[in-house]
Design a protein around this ligand. Structure first.
Ligand code: NAP
Length: 509
């Protein structure tokens, strides 16, 4: 790291200190690329797992897959880890990695602009300004809470917070609470609120716009013996992880293309409703009208019984407005509340960070993506944004397995890109438009056939054009294979002695 008058210079600048940014920091460090900083807007590592502290927050991906392959965690207490354990794991890995001295906390990236003159990124933060040779964006796809645009919401006088910004100072006992949303976050929150309010005489209204498919959560505590074995028997945890991984990979990617394969699971989900809910009217209300898998499939054992409880009402009439103390629905009913929890998701297809990043042609990434939606090469690099790498970029999301697997694949690619820059003397790498187009053409062609596109639902996977720019439509090992080696042929490269436009690789997804 070096300083000029007011700009500090680093080889690499990483944005975000969640799983993605931390993985990049650890692997760069392993490669001897130690001249980097990680800019993190909060005061701790963890990203989404630091922020989502709502009651019931837990992972819906099995614990054994929810860790870095290079840092197995023998301490998981159960098959689906609760949020505090995941956050503790991330903190432990960060501390043990020895990279924390390069994290700059409580600092937001305000603007990152490619300087054509110096061929470097100038990154203005709420603290210092940095000049960086490469920028790795690990800002997360689920990091910007989306508040619902409902008339009058700003006039609400009670307590109001988003699921990802839970206000633990609010005493919920005995209150009248409303939860808007029935996605992955809400179905973890609702049973917890139901219990709290049951014990204290309070009431819960759950506002459902679209009923999700929910299957049983096969969660269990690891016994003492099992935990000991995982810790001490060589290879056992690795085998366990491999088993869970294969079980997921073997079935889920296939059913996204052939939704008929999911019929037995859909049947199981229907039985789950019947088992959890006695009231036939309520059963009908929670039965989805779209194909299984079109929206994220949720897992819970206590969501349906919570909805069926006496102190909970499921409201399916559309919300028309919010007043100072109530929610009004289309049928004219006004329900008074004290606390409003909005579990309405995140900005996933119009990522706010893209407004703050300006490429070599002077346009922001948001402007570049405005017309035809988010698109990157291998989810990682974007034309006009040289030496910038995205982790969890476009079409890297998963509905069925752990994002940590995707993050590791992308970091492997980025490491190899940086190594290639060193060995070949490239100062600049910029993915070619033709390679990006070919890659996305293949990807979107396949996407059109998936249950996410033809399953009869609207979801956060789709952008405003109805295009799926968020999910990866194949297996995770396929993604890993494609990103195993950096492919300079897809890039325009510049060395100190000139520019080389390598032939575009045949890059179809
Ligand atoms: P989400 O899946 O986007 O769900 C948002 C919910 O809010 C949906 O039910 C949506 O209804 C509803 N909604 C949005 N705007 C509304 C409005 N104006 N009026 C009424 N309802 C509205 O968000 P999330 O539950 O926070 O989950 C987001 C993602 O986070 C998940 O898909 C998952 O990837 C991740 N997550 C993971 C875990 C985990 O365990 N690993 C846990 C929680 C979340 P519609 O369905 O009609 O749009």
């Amino acid at each position: 790291m070096s300083n000029t008058s007011d700009v500090r210079t680093v080889d690499h600048l990483i944005i975000g200190g969640g799983f993605a940014g931390l993985c990049a920091a650890i692997k760069l460090s392993e490669d001897g690329e130690n001249d980097f900083v990680v800019i993190e807007r909060a005061s701790d590592v963890g990203g989404t797992w630091r922020d989502n502290t709502y009651p019931g927050a837990a992972c819906d991906v099995p614990s054994q897959l929810y860790s870095f392959s290079f840092a197995p965690n023998p301490d998981w207490s159960r098959s689906y880890s609760p949020q505090p354990e995941i956050q503790a794991y991330i903190k432990k890995v960060a501390t043990q990695s020895g990279t924390l001295d390069r994290f700059v906390f409580d600092t937001s990236v305000e603007d990152a602009t490619w300087d054509n003159q110096t061929q470097r990124w100038i990154v203005k933060t709420s603290g210092e300004t940095w000049s960086a040779g490469t920028v790795i964006v690990g800002a997360g796809g689920l990091s910007e809470p989306r508040l619902p645009e409902i008339e009058g919401i700003e006039t609400f006088q009670g307590e109001l917070f988003h699921s990802a910004q839970w206000d633990h100072s609010v005493d919920l006992a005995g209150k009248r609470i409303a939860v808007i949303g029935t996605g992955a976050s809400a179905i973890q929150i609702v049973p917890e609120l139901q219990k709290t309010l049951q014990a204290s005489g309070g009431h819960l209204d759950v506002y459902q716009r679209t009923a999700p498919w929910v299957i049983p959560r096969n969660d269990r505590t690891y016994g003492a013996l099992e935990r000991k074995a995982i810790k001490h028997v060589p290879g056992l945890q690795r085998a366990y992880r491999a088993g869970v991984y294969l079980a997921k990979e073997a079935t889920v990617p296939a059913f996204t293309l052939w939704p008929g394969l999911a019929a037995p699971v859909q049947k199981q989900a229907a039985k789950h409703i019947a088992k959890g809910i006695k009231d036939p009217e309520l059963r009908a209300k929670v039965t989805p009208s779209f194909a299984f898998g079109c929206k994220r499939v949720l897992i819970s054992n206590d969501y349906y019984p919570a909805l069926d409880a006496d102190n909970v009402d499921l409201v399916t009439d559309p919300i028309t407005k919010i007043t100072g103390s109530s929610i009004v629905t289309a049928d004219g009913t006004e329900r008074e509340i004290d606390v409003l929890v909005v579990a309405t998701g995140f900005f996933t297809t119009e990522l706010p960070i893209t407004e703050h990043v300006t490429g070599s042609d002077g346009k922001t990434l948001a402007a570049q993506w405005q017309e035809s939606g988010m698109a990157a090469y291998k989810g990682t690099t974007v034309p006009n944004f040289p030496n910038m790498f995205f982790i969890v970029g476009p079409n890297t999301g998963l509905g069925h397995s752990s994002m940590v697997l995707m993050i590791e694949s992308q970091v492997a690619y980025i490491r190899d890109a940086i190594k290639t820059m060193r060995t070949k003397g490239f100062d600049v790498l910029e993915v070619q438009q033709s390679a990006t187009d070919a890659y996305n053409h293949g990807l979107q062609k396949r996407m059109k056939r998936t249950v996410w596109s033809v399953g009869g639902c609207d979801s956060w996977y789709l952008d405003r054009h109805g295009k799926n720019t968020t999910l990866w439509p194949r297996s995770t090992w396929d993604f890993r294979r494609r990103l195993a080696k950096f492919d300079p042929a897809a890039y325009r490269t510049t060395t100190r002695t000139g520019t080389g436009a390598a032939a575009t690789e045949k890059a179809s997804a």
